[in-house]
Design a protein around this ligand. Sequence first.
Ligand code: TRP
Length: 457
Amino acid sequence: MSKRENFGTKIGAVLAAAGSAVGLGNIWRFPIETGKNGGAAFILVYIACIILLGLPLMMSEFLIGRNTQANTARAYQKLAPGTSWKWVGRLGVFTAFFIMSYYGVIAGWTIEYAVLAIGNQFAGKTPAEFAQVFTDFSSSTWLPLLWMVVFVLMTHFVIVKGVTKGIERWSKVLMPMLFIIIMILVGCSVTLPNASEGVSFLLKPEWSKVDGSVVLSAMGQAFFSLSLGMGCLCTYASYFDKNTSLGKTAVQVCVIDTIIALMAGFIIFPSAFSVGIRPEESGPALLFITLPNVFQQAFAGAPWIAYIFSVMFYLLVIVAALTSTISLHEVVTSYMAEEFHMPRKKAAAWETGGIIFFGIFCSLSFGVLSGITVGGENIFGIFDWVAAKICLPVGGMFISLFAGWYLDKKLFRDEITNYGESRAPYVKILIFILRYVAPVAILAILLNEIGVLSLLN
Ligand code: TRP
């Protein structure tokens, strides 16, 4: 097999991992989950999940990936030959495929909104009109399909260009730009009239609203947002070089990802409250109805600023989504290429075709297929539910069991300390969390949701 590429620079590795983590999960899914689950209290549970589960799991994925330098399924075979652990890797490949299929739909919507912004279609519209535009578009058949396909093909294009040339170069320039524009938008949003109600929704926890399903949602969101639980970061870490500090990188990625999610919350909710949109009933619409409205209101006196901001914002969201889908695509592509000995191009083409096929059903589930539901969720919602609330937590649980119990402690310590190059006094705590805390917590949260724990009472 030819030598695998590595990320050219350390900052490139961090940014690529952060690029995977930061995406629609932060800007689109986080506000939805926060809205549905009651605001500030959800956010605190979410942050607890990031620190207690996310960070240790991220370090585990990093160390498994860098140690084996292989795709995620092969990684487990290398570390645990002849055992069933390879199924953890395979579950990850399946999950990646699954997430891509519906993620591409929303990513496609952001292209439509970039096009609308470029055509100055937001100018002078009222919130009610924005709502109408969104409903008309998302329930139509062809346009959302077209954009979904365009988006998936964009991902495909970067993937076949290879790791350093594609992923790293994109991430390095565009991530910082996204950060800056988000910061400016927070400023705009919190100064809108009546924005303070939205701010207190984000800051004043109402603990009475927290139940098992809120906790599951927070955990699922933490995994989703950090790209954890299915070998995505494991695959990326296989491209890290041997001097990359795994602990530091993990902390940096968690911090960046959480800050961006929180900032997205501070853009969306103050502006939603400002125009009287209730957070719990607005769902997928927040990014597409509330936000265009922010631009119009905040810059009512200067329409050209509103224009530039809305164009830049949606373009950057496309980029953020793209750096995430690249990482999802890469999991499946590198798996197929290396396990089935195909050229990368061919592997990528199979993957792209499959995503588009399932993506069609997810896209149509907002329109002609909206009648197909399970428990009130359309096909899209079912995909999201299964991926974020079942596959990722289950994957995460097995990864933590693997890292905590199965992996050789010396190998574990060597990887975390870069073979003695740096100190990592926290290794013992880390292993303790991976052995006991994380698996038990994840299992309890899952069982609670299925209702098993209530049977015990
Ligand atoms: N974390 C990305 C986001 O927030 C989405 C994503 C990329 C992802 N890779 C993943 C989610 C792996 C779960 C698992 O948009």
